[in-house]
Design a protein around this ligand. Sequence first.
Ligand code: ASP
Ligand code: MG
Length: 410
Amino acid sequence: MALIVQKYGGTSVGSVERIQCVAEKIAGFRDQGHDVVVVVSAMSGETNRLAGLARAIAPQPDAREYDVLLSTGEQVTIALLAMALKQRGCPARSFTGGQVRILTDSAHNKARIKDIDRRDMDDALSGGQVVVVAGFQGVDENGSITTLGRGGSDTTAVALAAALEADECQIYTDVDGVYTTDPRVVPEARRLDRITFEEMLEMASLGSKVLQIRAVEFAGKYNVPLRVLSSFAEGGGTLISYEDEGMEQALISGIAFNRDEAKLTVLGVPDHPGVASQILGPIGEANIEVDMIIQNVAADGTTDFTFTVHRNDFEKATVVLEKVAVELGAREVAGDNKIVKISLVGVGMRSHAGIAGKMFELLAKEGINIRMISTSEIKVSVVVDEKYLELGVRALHSGFALEHAIEVMD
Ligand code: ASP
Ligand code: MG
């Protein structure tokens, strides 16, 4: 018998029929003898609808009242789900975030969880009830309702699992797991049975939006095994956990990509100490996040300084750089916002050389020019022209045979 925390997202509770299906599923787990704590999102579209109402009243709605409003979506679904469970003869009890006492700071609309009181949930569980908790919301020290930021129900689920020392936190959603890459780009993409927290963070931040990044970080920090699975289809989903010694480890777990990239170069910068900070300082002050950075010294002793930013920041960054270039006596500023980043991700890389070389070779064979490269212990990223995204991802996916279960290492 295990204690399982399950989270059902908006589409999984998007209608009365779907809520009935979820109740059926939960009752099944309980019949197997498990203790179940369920976290639900608002019905799909509801949080957006509420946000729209607020904006129709005030362009910048009051942050406290905005949370009072947005949190109502989840209050609806906990009540309906608890009713559906009871209707099936399955004892259940709904809890708002405040009723559990999910204590957060007072940063309305993006609050952070500070503490969770498990006593009432423990009492309900030992009384044989399914505990149904509203995701995305908490309460601050003054008793005000707070919300955790969009998509925050994932974080609620992981935080409850950590507080309750649950055996597993299961995130039920409309996809059946984490894939080697986006199946819309590579139809042969394969669902991964497992992936490590580190890999998942790389995949998530690189654009595979299956889970809220914060929830993955939280799960890693508290070592809560996380499983992503479909509410609609059968199957074991993908387990996200720590690397387990002795387990046969795939060399590459997946290929992530990001279409939101742009790159900027300051050409012919006099090469002396302080140049990098003179360029990136004003960029940081303009609140522009920098991703990859490359600096190269030319034969004439000047340097070319290139970095990437989010595509939305491209114009803003160009304006800042034009000014900096004049101050530095640089030759010119060049930019390109038709680029993408493709990354190979895998903890197997840690112990294997030659991955980057093979990646470059596969891209070269397709005639794809690499514009920038960056590496970390568990990933290799390249920047290429936007038009090569699909071709590049497909070439790498088949070149590393990701459609097959485990790439045998030699
Ligand atoms: N209902 C909230 C949202 O739409 C929280 C969640 O679904 O996780 O962002
Ligand atoms: Mg969600």
